[in-house]
Ligand binder design. Structure first.
Ligand code: ADP
Ligand code: UDP
Length: 243
């Protein structure tokens, strides 16, 4: 994967999130995402700085977004700009998180009392409201319609695209002897059309070694298992991300 000369000039900082900083550019329809080394869990209550994480996640995300684009998923990704930056289409983000699960883990186990690792067939789909102050509560399609967070058509498109992304990525990770346990996707609008936005990296999904079930994702940080970035790098190597 080559670093594209995307010919945009970085301008004002628009938003500093928990892991990325978003910059305007001289093109009103493009943004620069800067992947910082900051990591957080539990809605920002647990924080740390992890060396190399920004670079690893930026390159990881670029690799995955390009695979998804090639498989026909419209994504915001336009190209890598530097080790820790990429250029994306400026989306009007929908304030919901789409979570798809192939195996039970995390909040599903706590909420439903299911054992971690239970196979979910067919995969489940959940919406959460993107609101740290409220702890990202689970919501349903009725809430989304009533509060106007997305239209019924956008809800259907988000579900459809999330399941498609899940199937594409399950295969990519399986080829690296890993199980894609669950993942969180965010979508937004560009000229009225739905695009996959934000990032796909081990920060926003769960990945287990297929044989040992070793956790290779952000649970290493959440659960103080150590070697967080080393695990992300191992995942990247296994699927062929150039680091
Ligand atoms: P958070 O906001 O959860 O702390 P980040 O630190 O990752 O997360 O910040 C990145 C922010 O940029 C997120 O709020 C995300 O919704 C938003 N974002 C991601 N991609 C785009 C895009 N293409 N256009 C506009 N906003 C985006
Ligand atoms: N996730 C995320 N951001 C969030 C909440 C969840 O990226 O704000 C991801 C998380 O990493 C996991 C999946 O979504 O891959 C499902 O998370 P879950 O609902 O189990 O919540 P958790 O227990 O991880 O907070």
């Amino acid at each position: 994967m080559s670093t594209t000369n995307l010919n945009v000039q970085k301008q004002a900082e628009l938003y500093k999130g928990k892991a990325k900083t978003v910059y305007a550019t001289d093109d009103a329809e493009r943004l620069i995402l800067f992947f910082r080394n900051d990591t957080s869990a539990f809605d920002g209550k647990k924080l740390a700085q992890l060396e190399r994480k920004g670079m690893v996640n930026n390159r990881f995300n670029a690799f995955i977004m390009e695979k998804l684009q090639a498989a026909g998923i419209p994504t915001h990704f336009e190209g890598l700009l530097s080790d820790q930056e990429c250029v994306v289409k400026k989306l009007q983000m929908l304030p919901v998180e789409c979570v798809v699960r192939n195996l039970a883990a995390g909040s599903m186990c706590r909420r439903l009392g299911v054992a971690e690792g239970t196979v979910l067939n067919p995969p489940t789909f959940e919406f959460f409201l993107k609101n740290d102050a409220l702890g990202d509560p689970m919501i349903n399609e009725s809430h989304i319609e009533t509060f106007g967070w997305a239209t019924k058509e956008q809800v259907e498109q988000m579900k459809d695209m999330t399941f498609r992304v899940n199937e594409i990525l399950k295969g990519i990770f399986l080829a690296g002897n890993m199980l894609l346990v669950d993942s969180k996707l965010e979508f937004g609008l560009f000229h009225g059309q739905l695009y996959l936005g934000d990032e796909f990296s081990p920060d926003g999904c769960r990945l287990w070694d297929k044989d040992t079930r070793e956790k290779l994702d952000k649970d290493r940080f959440r659960q103080d298992l150590g070697d967080v970035v080393e695990a992300y790098e191992q995942v990247a190597r296994r699927i062929g991300v150039p680091l």
